[in-house]
Design a protein around this ligand. Structure first.
Ligand SMILES: Cc1cc2nc3c(=O)[nH]c(=O)nc-3n(C[C@H](O)[C@H](O)[C@H](O)COP(=O)(O)OP(=O)(O)OC[C@H]3O[C@@H](n4cnc5c(N)ncnc54)[C@H](O)[C@@H]3O)c2cc1C
Ligand SMILES: NC(=O)c1ccc[n+]([C@@H]2O[C@H](COP(=O)([O-])OP(=O)(O)OC[C@H]3O[C@@H](n4cnc5c(N)ncnc54)[C@H](O)[C@@H]3O)[C@@H](O)[C@H]2O)c1
Length: 466
């Protein structure tokens, strides 16, 4: 029986463990902080749960426009209750994953894993140190590293859990900040700017670039920027934070160009660093790259035989869905099952702001740069009957297809439920469907998905003119 040791219990680790167990391997999962990983306990699940609460205020804010006399000022925020809900849900999900793993026969070990010398033959040895200081050594034929990443800390902006915060410390606040300065305008920053604004907090966003979400679809980012500006968010552009100081009753963010931004609290969302230190990689001759990431191929192999890596510690694409897929692929490969290498061009992802921004496949930027020949269409939701009925003023659907064949290669949806609406485009991209296939699919009338089939029809009509 193949002995598999997995270090890290996030989506990469626990999904891999389930595959390993399903294929009859002897699987041990080692995790230092809790099954489900940072994804479930600190990052993805808590932030989305928090945003679910703030979304209620979003709906109330829109009620008056739809003839319901609810005032957002009357929708008071019970922060301790929101935070407790976040914690309860995260722990409950962690417990669900734990019992699923146990019922599938995975052995769970709580502790910190690291490689030590002395694997037998082609095998490896992992030493586990428990919180109490006990040690155990596990022999393995295959090891998967899925240790994730942690918030990046600027040397002169040390989080104190009170005023200078990482996103993992937010749920310990007793009261809402009066004025939150969010440093970093990536996905994490944008989601929290959105959430706190919806809770009625004054928010200033410090962006090192000329816009929010520099890595995302520009049209989508501009829609979000407009929506945030309307809700009173101040965006400080071309602003790189050097340091953050505590003052008597708040914080001051010092920018590299000499400007300062004052607030009551600072939330640092300046990226993450991989958890690859302290793993004993030298014992197995494994190196990391300059950023500390483990380099893997498309079936999650590292440079050392029998050692695989998956998820945020590889820096491939830091998403829970990608981590899980990398983990599963690693196990299929290690156990000699048929496996398809990971394809990042079909990954769907969403940013949980209001409106949400969801993307899949090839980006508009890659098309504009000439990397992919494509025909594109962008259809504003303002023409969609369902959007009008719901009082939606913003949003659009974009579809990109191959010029000659009409095969769908990407798309973007900006809408309140874009994370759900992206699926038909993702199915088209994954299965190489054409715009004609999409156009001939019945969508419900009236529905926002009607804009997806309509956008496809516009590309088909263009086909006739070629
Ligand atoms: C604020 C935020 C929101 C996000 N929202 C989303 C989202 O909506 N959708 C999405 O797809 N992605 C989201 N992500 C990204 C997602 O959380 C990560 O891609 C995902 O957590 C990666 O999973 P992982 O298994 O690689 O690692 P993790 O989830 O980080 O789990 C790794 C685990 O390994 C443990 N560990 C580390 N070192 C050791 C060791 N030596 N021994 C034992 N255990 C160890 C860690 O403590 C942790 O428990 C978000 C990220 C952030 C920061
Ligand atoms: N909804 C989701 O799926 C979701 C949510 C959050 C994060 N994530 C994943 O996590 C990844 C990382 O996102 P992130 O936003 O945490 O990190 P990021 O690295 O994408 O963004 C950090 C931003 O901070 C800026 N920055 C860095 N140093 C700075 C400084 N000193 N001053 C001002 N700005 C500075 C960077 O230029 C960058 O724009 C995402 O790409 C995504 O894959 C996903």
């Amino acid at each position: 029986m193949t002995r598999i040791v997995i270090i890290g219990g996030g989506p990469a680790g626990y999904e891999a463990a389930l595959v390993g167990a399903a294929y009859g391997a002897d699987v041990t999962l080692v995790d230092s902080d809790g099954v489900g990983g940072a994804c479930v306990l600190w990052d993805c699940v808590p932030s989305k749960t928090f945003i679910a609460s703030t979304g209620i205020r979003t709906e109330v804010r829109r009620a008056v426009d739809l003839g319901i006399n609810l005032k957002v000022e009357g929708a008071l925020v019970s922060l301790p209750q929101i935070h407790q809900r976040v914690r309860d849900l995260a722990f409950a999900q962690s417990a669900d994953i734990r019992s699923r793993l146990e019922s599938e026969g995975v052995r769970l070990v709580a502790g910190h894993g690291r490689f030590v010398d002395g694997g037998v033959g082609a095998g490896h040895r992992v030493q586990v140190t428990t919180a109490e200081g006990g040690d155990d050594v596990l022999d393995a034929d295959v090891v998967l590293i899925g240790t994730g990443a942690s918030p990046r800390v600027l040397p002169d902006a040390q989080p104190d859990g009170e005023r200078i915060l990482t996103w993992r410390q937010l749920y310990d606040l007793d009261a809402l900040p009066e004025h939150l300065v969010v440093v970093g305008s990536g996905v994490t920053g944008a989601e929290f700017v959105h959430a706190y604004t919806e809770l009625g907090v004054q928010v200033t966003m410090v962006s090192s670039r000329d816009r929010v979400l520099p890595g995302e679809d520009e049209d989508a980012a501009l829609v979000l920027e407009d929506a945030l500006a309307e809700r009173g968010v101040t965006l400080v552009k071309h602003a790189r934070a050097d340091s953050v100081d505590r003052t008597e009753d708040g914080v001051v963010v010092h920018l590299a160009d000499g400007r300062t931004v004052a607030g009551s609290h600072a939330l640092m969302t300046v990226g993450s660093v991989p958890n690859t230190g302290g793993l004993g990689l030298e014992a197995v001759g494994l190196d990391t790259d300059r950023g500390g990431y483990l380099r893997v191929d498309r079936v999650s192999r590292t440079a050392v035989a029998g050692i695989y890596a998956a998820g945020d510690c590889t820096g491939l694409l830091p998403l829970a869905s990608v981590a899980a897929m990398q983990g599963r692929i690693a196990m299929y490969h290690a156990l000699g099952e048929g496996v398809s290498p990971i394809k990042l061009k079909t990954v769907a992802s969403a940013i949980f702001t209001r409106p949400e921004i969801a993307t899949v496949g090839v980006s508009q930027q890659a098309i504009d740069n000439g990397e992919y020949p494509a025909r594109t269409v962008m259809l504003p939701l303002s023409t969609n009957p369902r959007a009008k009925m719901s009082g939606l003023r913003r949003g659009f659907v974009k579809i990109f297809c191959r010029p000659a064949t009409g095969v769908v290669i990407g798309g973007v949806v900006v809408a309140p439920t874009a994370s759900e609406l992206i699926l038909p485009i993702a199915i088209a991209v994954q299965n190489k469907l054409t715009v004609d296939d999409l156009a001939r699919t019945f969508s419900v009338y009236p529905s926002l998905t009607g804009s997806i089939t309509e956008a496809a029809r516009q590309l088909v009509r263009h086909d006739d003119l070629d």
